[in-house]
Design a protein around this ligand. Sequence first.
Ligand SMILES: [Zn+2]
Length: 255
Amino acid sequence: MSPRVVVTVLHRFRGAVVAGTLAGVLTVAGTVVPAGAASATLPDPRPGGESILSRTWAPALDPADPTVLVNKTHPVTPAGWAPDDLVRPDVPALGEHDRLRADAARALERLADAARDATGHELVLASGFRSADYQRQLYSRYVDAHGRRAADTFSARPGHSEHQTGLAADVAEAGTPYTGFGRTETGRWVAAQAWRYGFVVRYPRGQQAVTGYSPEPWHLRYVGTGLTVPMHLAGTATLEEAFGVDPAPGYTAPR
Ligand SMILES: [Zn+2]
């Protein structure tokens, strides 16, 4: 990850709890942070020393950057952008939208392998990269069926979907609909462990006023462990909070 400017201070630093957790889990060098890895690599915290948890990161605006922020107030720019390194991860897929950017694909393979080891269930990819044009069709279908106000709570307008970056994956437990993912064994495992593989559950419960979306336990966003590890340790629920930007509950201008 490229260096970022430190812009603000995280408000949810939970000193004692985090310090205890820190000694147990943290190894940021690789892309995966396995359970139980690594205790001796960190020096003791120093009073007044800078902590990795005491910062937030400026969001990237370049859609090619894995830490790009895309929400209702930050569209993908330029509007028709598409990644040039899309690949099919070695994970079973449910439909034709089965590609992700290369780093996200590798991370999803590791997540799926670990989920299978832990739960015995197969994790499947329900939807990965979606072009701006396809998102336009999808959103219009939802508006026709449910009305614009309802559609905006669960579907992004074209140009505002993380799926356009190739870094978002809707996942499911094999044999169950993705909309029920949160109630599956795999869904519960992913909610607790996705951060180790560089993913955030992007639209968590209780955060609709910040993210603009009702809970979607199945929608994972790859940003890399350089961001997910400190977010996990600090208890940061959303990318908006990690980046220190305003909540994005709605669009600033109708389209
Ligand atoms: Zn999604």
